[in-house]
Design a protein around this ligand. Structure first.
Ligand code: FE2
Length: 231
C-alpha cells in the first residue's frame, strides 16, 4: 500500500466513567460500518462520536463481561441494530441471556466491511477474556494494560492462566500496538516491545513467582499511573 492510500480502518478511543475505561470505535473506511468495543458509562458520547465520524454502528465487541465494560450494551442496542460478539467461554461464565450474540472461539476472524478482526482467547482476568487484533492493533481489555495487567483475584480469575497468556502474547504478537481497557498508565498506548521491556508482569520466568507478584506483591508496591519498569 502506498503511503497516500487511506487506511482500511480507523480506531478512535473515548475515556469514560469513574474507572478510566477506554471505549474504542473501530470504523471501516469504505463501508462506514463501525464496531464499539466494550460499550459502557456514556452511550450518548459513543453515539456522538459515531455521528461525527459519519459511521453506522453495526457491531459490539466485548473483551469480557465485567460491569464496567458492558453497562452500555442495552442503551446502544435500543438505538442500533448491532451484532454482539464475545467468546463462548465468556458467555458461559457470565450466564446472562444476550440479544443477538455471536459466540466465538479463539482464532475466529470476522469482517467489519473490508476490515478483518481476529478474536483471541486470552484467559486469566476472566475465563473467556478476549483481545481483538486488527492488523497490528491489539485491543486488550483487562488482559494487558500499558505496563500492567488485569487482576486475577476476582471470580473466574486465574493468575497461572494469565502468566501463560502474557507469555504467548509476547511471543506471537511482537509487532503489536497495545490498546488497553483502562487508562492506568503514564501513556494511553504502547508497543509490545515496550511492554516486554517495561511491564513488570512480562519479566517472570516462573509461574510461581508471577502468581506471588500478581496476587500479593504488586498492589502493595506499585500504584497507578504505571510507568515503565526495567528488569
Ligand atoms: Fe475487568
Amino acid at each position: 500500500m502506498s503511503p497516500e492510500s487511506p487506511k482500511l480502518y480507523h480506531i478512535d478511543s473515548l475515556e469514560l466513567g469513574p474507572m478510566e475505561n477506554f471505549i474504542y470505535l473501530i470504523s471501516d473506511t469504505k463501508t462506514k460500518r463501525a464496531a464499539v468495543v466494550d460499550p459502557a458509562w456514556d452511550v450518548d458520547a459513543i453515539n456522538q462520536l459515531a455521528e461525527q465520524k459519519g459511521v453506522t454502528i453495526t457491531d459490539i465487541l466485548l473483551t469480557h463481561s465485567h460491569h464496567d465494560h458492558i453497562n452500555g450494551i442495552s442503551a446502544l442496542l435500543e438505538k442500533h441494530d448491532a451484532q454482539l460478539h464475545l467468546l463462548n467461554a465468556e458467555a458461559k461464565f457470565w450466564g446472562e441471556t444476550l440479544q443477538t450474540p455471536t459466540l466465538h472461539h479463539g482464532g475466529d476472524v470476522f469482517s467489519l466491511g473490508d476490515t478483518q478482526i481476529e478474536i483471541l482467547h486470552t484467559p486469566g482476568h476472566t475465563p473467556g477474556s478476549a483481545c481483538y487484533k486488527i492488523n497490528n492493533d491489539l485491543i486488550t481489555g483487562d488482559t494487558m494494560f500499558v505496563f500492567g495487567c488485569g487482576r486475577c483475584d476476582l471470580a473466574g480469575g486465574d493468575p497461572e492462566q494469565m502468566y501463560t497468556t502474557l507469555k504467548k502474547m509476547a511471543e506471537e504478537l511482537p509487532s503489536s500496538t497495545i490498546l488497553p481497557g483502562h487508562n492506568y498508565a503514564v501513556k494511553t498506548t504502547c508497543s509490545m516491545h515496550e511492554q516486554i521491556e517495561g511491564n513488570p508482569f512480562m519479566h517472570f520466568d516462573s509461574s510461581v513467582d508471577f502468581v506471588q507478584y500478581r496476587m500479593h506483591d504488586h498492589d502493595r508496591t506499585r500504584q497507578s499511573p504505571y510507568s515503565s519498569m526495567h528488569k
